[in-house]
Design a binder for this molecule. Structure first.
Ligand SMILES: *Cc1c(COP(=O)(O)O)cnc(C)c1O
Length: 369
């Protein structure tokens, strides 16, 4: 029996010959970073693909979070979710901002809008939600609350590449949205990321900030950082953009097969597609009810591992339990019951464009008894 390793994800890689042709062009031009032609082309093509007015490329998905907070001059307290990758909260911490955790809605895994108002204090300046697993947040409700209290909204949209609600990009919600193009994401530039904004003025400011604050050769307008994407990765990104639609279509087929097979399994639940939403199938989380399933989440996780099937317990442990954050008042488990419950029963199944029928069969066989 085939026991080859099945990993939770596998990077989408451009064709090597195509990449080589682009490298030759870069070598010939000898312009390898600092807003070169591939960088400009990728920004243009990504804005069109994602249906957003302005985008600024970054060297990873964490620096756009940090830079957005700087650009909007966010201070004091920011309301956020503990059910995410640590970078979301770390970006606040690096800006000297106190994260205030609110619980999630168990039907989506996203920040529960009903819990936001109670967490607002005179020090609150912004809300930083996450579209977890690429499932859109209730952006309308969140904006209403933000407007009522005069708060900014920055979405960590690292999982939401290409996600649309009723034909409109989810990345247009809030004041800004951030993307990650890390190797493990739906669309990757090896390492990379971006910030999406609504107007040219803001893009200009962001472009200064990601280049040390330089507005021209001799003018530094702000204490910027260096988070520019280079030409090699921009070229790689242009090639991957050509095949990301077919990668998402392949992921969708995997999701359909998982759902078909798991619908009848007692004690296993999962998310269905949401009406009006164009999903990107970035993750396939399942949730284990140990009593009904007859095995705990961790028992299943290790059984899968024995069969060389590597799921991941995203997002366990919760960010609020890490040493930096666990002393915060809002980090108490009594404040976050739904987040704890989800973190304790989740496994993300392998999900990528290259899973074949046999892989899927092996994965499902670990879960079905
Ligand atoms: C991947 C990820 C990030 C960080 O992106 P990097 O490109 O790895 O820096 C931030 N937030 C979330 C929710 C992520 O999943």
């Amino acid at each position: 029996m085939d026991k080859s390793l099945i990993t939770v994800t596998s990077p989408l890689l451009p064709d090597l010959d195509d990449f080589h042709a682009m490298l030759k062009e870069i070598w010939a031009g000898k312009w390898i970073t600092n807003n070169g032609s591939f960088h400009k082309r990728l920004e243009k093509e990504l804005a069109a693909y994602l249906k957003v007015p302005f985008i600024s490329l970054f060297t990873n998905g964490t620096l756009p979070l940090i830079t957005a907070l700087q650009a909007l001059r966010i201070t004091g307290e920011v309301i956020t979710t503990p059910y995410s990758f640590v970078a979301t909260t770390h970006a606040l911490w690096w800006n000297g901002i106190t994260p205030v955790f609110v619980d999630i809605d168990p039907s989506t895994g996203n920040m529960d809008p009903d819990k936001i108002e109670a967490a607002i204090t005179p020090r609150t300046t912004a809300i930083m939600p996450v579209h977890v697993y690429g499932k859109p947040c209730d952006t309308v409700r969140i904006q209403e609350i933000a407007d009522k209290y005069g708060l900014k909204v920055i979405y960590d949209a690292a999982h939401a590449f290409g996600v649309e609600v009723n034909g409109e990009s989810i990345l247009n919600a809030g004041d800004m949205s951030t993307l990650s193009f890390h190797a493990t994401k739906v669309y990757n530039t090896i390492e990379g990321g971006a910030l999406v904004m609504h107007d040219e003025q803001t893009k200009k400011r962001i472009d200064y900030l990601k280049n040390f604050g330089f507005a021209d050769e001799v003018t530094v307008v702000a204490p910027g950082i260096n988070s520019k994407m280079d030409e090699v990765r921009a070229a790689y990104g242009l090639l991957n953009l050509r095949q990301v639609d077919s990668a998402i279509a392949a992921r969708r087929q995997v999701a359909i097969k998982y759902r078909e097979a798991l619908r009848g399994v007692d004690g296993v639940t999962f998310f269905d597609d949401m009406p009006g939403v164009k999903h990107n199938y970035s993750y396939f989380p399942i949730f284990i009810d140990a009593e009904k399933y007859g095995m705990t989440r961790d028992e299943l996780y290790y059984r899968m591992k024995e069969h060389n099937v590597l799921g991941r317990r995203y997002f366990y442990p919760l960010i609020s339990t890490f040493s930096t954050y666990k002393g915060l008042q809002s980090a108490g488990p009594e404040n976050l019951p739904n987040a704890h419950k989800m973190a304790d029963c989740v496994i993300c199944l392998p999900m990528h464009h290259a899973l074949n029928q046999e892989n899927i069969y092996r994965i499902l066989n670990c879960i079905r008894k």
